[in-house]
Write a protein that binds this ligand. Structure first.
Ligand SMILES: NC(=O)CC[C@H](N)C(=O)O
Length: 353
């Protein structure tokens, strides 16, 4: 007998097995990553989403907090063909519903055909299909989560010290821990600022470079971060990853759009237009840049030609749509962080307006 139900926006209700009880709702997405479940489940970019793993066995090398990207589980719920007890217990301890023993191939093909969609989950001894449907019906579109940054950002500025090589002001829109450590390992002092920091807050740090992090939801909702970018455009070198690329582009006059089902996985091929080299990348995004404004496209996705890298020599901007810090995934693109610090070094000192 089933003790868990997954309700999809297209009217289907799938039966499953409860591994961590609860009722919840979120945007249904999938990742094709075959390792890195601890990193994915703690990536703040997954806030307000229900994460389906297309790889059938999740948890076969345990759960270790050293691999976490933040201090809590971030998706609203997780779905797999089979979770190990380690993962199920971890998610139950965090009060995040998890279900398995479901045909995840059906979920993935549905999302590929119909797009990321509202989903409701009811799991546990008293769960009913009606509970799951009620959750799904109460699920808001991602763009309606207007203050999603507040769920994932630091509330007070914090400093992560490197070796004083450069001062990076990092707008924390839901930053993965390994973005910060990739900068400190290269000697940068990272001043982490809340997602709604003002241009004055950034000026107080007197940074060599402004860095906009990854984060969940619709980039157009990160209005304060866009205002900071606008205030320092052309005055301070800037870099961004994923949501950071989207926020910087929008602030400079470009725009973003929602993709049908996005890119989530660890083997997305990206071609660098200048070197013609292809690298394998980690990705987790549902929006993409559709108008690059004043920025030049430097890298594209080999599968669908979407924008993966942008720069502007005039404005000292460099951005990536994918995750150069990996975790999970290949380390092919870690050199991005060296480029960011070179940008900081080369820039003349400037004061804010
Ligand atoms: N990883 C991210 O920063 C994701 C950015 C944005 N929330 C998107 O889905 O496109």
């Amino acid at each position: 007998m089933s003790d868990a139900y997954i309700a999809l926006a297209d009217g289907r209700v799938l039966e499953a097995r409860a591994r961590s009880p609860g009722r919840t709702r979120g945007e249904l997405v999938f990742t094709t990553a075959y390792t890195g479940y601890e990193e994915s489940l703690t990536d703040p970019s997954y806030a307000e989403q229900i994460l389906t793993f297309s790889y059938p066995l999740i948890g076969n090398y345990g759960v270790r907090s050293e691999r976490f990207e933040s201090d809590s589980v971030q998706p609203r719920a997780a779905i797999a063909r089979e979770f190990t007890d380690d993962v199920a217990e971890w998610l139950a301890g965090e009060d995040v519903p998890a279900v398995d023993h479901v045909d995840t191939r059906e979920i993935v093909t549905t999302v590929r055909e119909e797009g990321a969609m509202a989903c409701g989950i009811a799991a546990g001894p008293d769960a009913t299909p009606e509970d799951a449907v009620a959750e799904m019906e109460a699920c808001k579109p991602m763009s309606d989560h207007v203050d999603i940054g507040a769920q994932v950002s630091v509330s007070e500025p914090t400093v992560h010290e490197g070796d004083g090589v450069a001062d990076v002001a990092l707008l924390d829109c839901g930053a993965k821990g390994s973005i910060i450590s990739s900068l400190t390992e290269r000697g940068a002092d990272v001043h982490v600022l809340p997602y709604d920091a003002t241009p004055e807050d950034v000026a107080d740090v007197d940074p060599d470079v402004l860095f906009v992090s990854n984060g969940p939801g619709d980039p157009e909702n990160f209005v304060a971060a866009q205002e900071v970018v606008d205030a320092f455009a052309g005055e301070l070198p800037m870099a961004g990853i994923c949501l950071g690329q989207q926020v910087i582009t929008s602030a400079l006059g470009g725009s973003t759009e929602k993709m049908a089902f996005g890119h989530r996985g660890v083997n997305q091929p990206v071609r660098d237009l200048r070197s013609e080299k292809v690298v394998m990348t980690t990705q987790n995004h549902g929006y993409t840049v559709d108008d690059t404004g004043p920025l030049e496209v430097t890298q594209v996705n080999v599968n669908d030609d979407t924008v993966e890298g942008l720069d502007s020599q005039e404005l000292d901007v460099i951005t990536r749509q994918y995750h150069p810090e990996a975790n999970p995934g290949p380390h092919d693109s870690l050199g991005f962080f060296d480029e960011v610090l070179e940008l900081a070094e080369a820039a003349p000192p400037v004061a804010a307006d």
